[in-house]
Design a protein around this ligand. Structure first.
Ligand code: C5P
Length: 217
């Protein structure tokens, strides 16, 4: 067998949720198991890439051959991504919390009135990377949609400046489950992939990434 197709390439992957603290014992978060992101990191590593996996709080073991950086908040994830650059490809699979709270230093006590949370917008890591002078040559986002999946993903690709969007239909039982109904949205159009498990989505995506990086233009 020849050299692995992603040998010498650096791949950056984000995975899992972020946790945004409300006080020392509470947080808000998005729902995400991290399975698709970890599978993607594993698949890229098995094609020979050097992989940096920036992981939010999940209970998954680190895939073989992957450098893992654990983070908690969106801001920490954004900083870790910046530090990991440059990369040939970035695959942003994380379900980043869109808002954070200005956290209280002490545990908020139950009182008469429920506390009001003031939410502040988090940085959009994918959109920021798209505008960065150190933008990876291939920038891939994920989109979890419950309706009009392709339409929303197509708009998201343009809005965020990503090259590809992997669109997931999460109207069924995808969350935390093992299979994924996926469309790949690129500048060339939309592909519907067969319903396969998350590990197979990751292998198909890694193979496409290798093809794209191997054949520039
Ligand atoms: O806008 P939405 O959150 O649906 O976009 C999802 C895509 O954007 C995913 O690739 C996700 O990792 C990325 N994202 C990000 N930073 C955020 C929000 C989303 O990188 N703050």
């Amino acid at each position: 067998p020849g050299p692995k197709p992603l040998a010498g390439r650096h791949a950056l992957v984000t995975a899992g949720p972020t946790h945004e603290p409300i006080d020392p014992v509470r947080y808000i978060a998005n729902r995400s198991s991290g399975k698709q992101g970890f599978a993607t990191a594993a698949a890229l590593a098995s094609l020979g890439a050097r992989v940096t996996l920036v992981a939010g709080p999940v209970t998954l073991s680190t895939p073989a051959g992957v450098d893992r950086i654990d983070v908690e908040t969106a801001q920490e994830m954004a900083d870790a991504v910046e530090t990991a650059l440059p990369a040939d490809v970035a695959v942003m699979v994380a379900a980043v919390a869109d808002w954070r709270v200005a956290p209280a230093a002490q545990k908020v006590k139950k009182g008469e009135a429920a506390p009001e949370l003031r939410l502040v917008e988090n940085p959009d890591i994918l959109a920021g990377l798209a505008r960065s002078p150190r933008r990876p040559a291939l920038l891939i986002g994920f989109a979890a949609e419950t309706e009009r999946v392709v339409e929303h993903a197509t708009a998201k690709r343009l809005r965020k400046g990503a090259d590809w969007i992997v669109a997931n239909d999460v109207s069924g039982d995808v969350m935390g489950g093992d299979s994924n109904a996926v469309h790949l949205v690129t500048a060339a159009g939309v592909e519907e992939w067969p319903r396969v498990n998350k590990a197979e989505v990751a292998r198909l995506l890694a193979r496409r990434i290798a093809d794209a990086l191997g054949n520039p233009g």
